[in-house]
Design a protein around this ligand. Structure first.
Ligand SMILES: *Cc1c(COP(=O)(O)O)cnc(C)c1O
Length: 413
């Protein structure tokens, strides 16, 4: 018998087409058929403003250091340079009353990879809770790892879906039964919803009561404008026993192309082996990181550290202010058309009920308004009937898009 390379068949369970691939195919086809039409893209979760001045200056300094023998750097520490981890711990956490130490911060090249890689540390028999609608990475990486059965009507066997809807403001509550691993993302992509201190406390209390591990994605924390909304899960008492937080410079500082992020794992988060022996989760992540990753490039880490200087803080605040004024403008206009709207106040996405099938709404808005949005059903079953509008674009484009959208959505009774 001839040898055969077999594959990881869990990949065959994945839903065939990736959401954003289908969108670009449709947009390309429309543009080809209508070459004179000007399309405005409010569908993408990518920033549009360039890196700010003091951050670019630091980036250059980092590159210059690499060009002199005395300051050249080869491999750095896999977990990130001390100067960056200290700055993160001080400014992002300690200054807000969250007791996070530099050694509990592990720097990486992105939160997409971190959230995807993290589940590799955990057993295969977990009861997993994942919100719906949701950032698709949490689901797909668990499918790839073999933690689910096949998908039936868009839902995988073996995942407990935490449903978001208008009634709960797209902030699911802890279920009545125990889970082992729960993903949370606030401010949320795709809905723009945020969780209050009380809602997060309920999740932390639930996690401690049932020995649940919470994976908290705070990629959009810099967009929160309401001072009562926590930016970090570690602002919640008890979270240091049960939570991990993912943060990224991508949206908060315009690093989607530069690549830098970090994961926070408190010393006190324990996980257990099959004999019941406890292990520090931080030790496992450090072990994985130093085996499979060789650190973020030095100039990028110097640039990321510049985010924490007084000028850097002021500049990144201006960046997020710009997007948030887009978001509020989108939100207010849609509300004035009497639509059901979530988000846009503390997150750069606006989540809108159209009353039609999500892809139908996508097609209508592309054909009649030449505006690209994201169909809500691409984020899960509960997203059906919704679209996501992104605030990541230039002001004039957003204004023009709203004028065009009014012609279509403004007519909805
Ligand atoms: C954009 C985004 C991230 C950040 O991903 P990076 O890999 O750091 O660019 C993480 N989580 C969510 C929900 C996002 O939308």
């Amino acid at each position: 018998m001839s040898a055969m390379i077999t594959i990881n068949e869990n990949y065959l369970k994945l839903q065939a087409s990736y959401l954003f691939t289908t969108i670009s195919r449709k947009v390309e086809a429309y543009q080809k058929a209508n070459p004179d039409k000007k399309i405005i893209r409010l569908g993408i979760g990518d920033v549009t403003l360039p890196l700010s001045q003091s951050i670019v200056a630091a980036f250059h300094r980092g590159v210059d250091e690499m060009s002199h023998a005395e300051t050249f750097r080869g491999y750095g520490p896999e977990q990130g340079y001390g100067f960056l981890r200290e700055a993160i711990a001080t400014v992002d956490f300690q200054a807000r009353g969250a007791a996070v130490q530099a050694h509990e911060i592990v720097v990486s090249d992105g939160s997409k990879c971190d959230t995807g890689n993290f589940q590799e540390l955990l057993g295969n028999q977990l009861r997993i809770g994942i919100p719906d609608p949701v950032y698709p990475v949490y689901v797909d990486t668990n499918v790839m790892a073999g933690r689910t059965g096949v998908a039936i009507d868009g839902r995988y066997e073996g995942i407990h879906y935490l449903e978001g809807n208008h009634a709960n403001g797209f902030v699911p509550s802890p279920p009545e039964f125990p889970l082992d691993l729960v993903y949370l993302c606030f401010p949320n992509n795709p809905t723009g919803a945020v969780a209050t201190r009380r809602q997060l406390q309920a999740w932390v209390d639930y996690a401690r009561a049932h020995k649940v591990l919470l994976l908290f994605d705070a990629a959009y924390c810099a967009f929160v404008r309401d001072p009562k909304i926590p930016l970090s899960i570690f602002e919640i008492p008890g979270a240091r026993e049960c939570a991990v937080e993912f943060r990224s410079f991508s949206k908060t500082a315009g690093f989607t192309g530069a690549r830098c992020a970090f994961t926070v794992i408190p010393d006190s988060v324990l996980v257990w082996d099959s004999t019941g022996k406890a292990h520090k989760l931080l030790d496992l992540w450090n072990r994985r990181h130093s085996t499979k990753f060789n650190g973020v490039s030095y100039p990028v880490q110097v640039a990321a550290a510049a985010v924490y200087s007084p000028e850097g803080q002021k500049e990144v605040r201006e960046l997020t202010d710009y997007y948030m004024s887009n978001a509020r403008m989108i939100r207010d206009r849609l509300l004035s058309w009497n639509l059901e709207v979530t988000g846009g106040e503390n997150g750069p996405y606006v989540w809108v009920k159209t009353g039609n099938d999500s892809w139908e709404s996508f097609d209508t808005l592309l054909n009649e308004a030449q505006v690209v949005v994201t169909p809500g059903s691409g984020f899960g079953t509960c997203g059906q009937g919704y679209i996501r509008i992104s605030a990541f674009n230039h002001r004039e484009k957003v204004e023009e898009a709203l004028g065009r959208l009014e012609q279509v959505l403004g007519k909805t009774p």
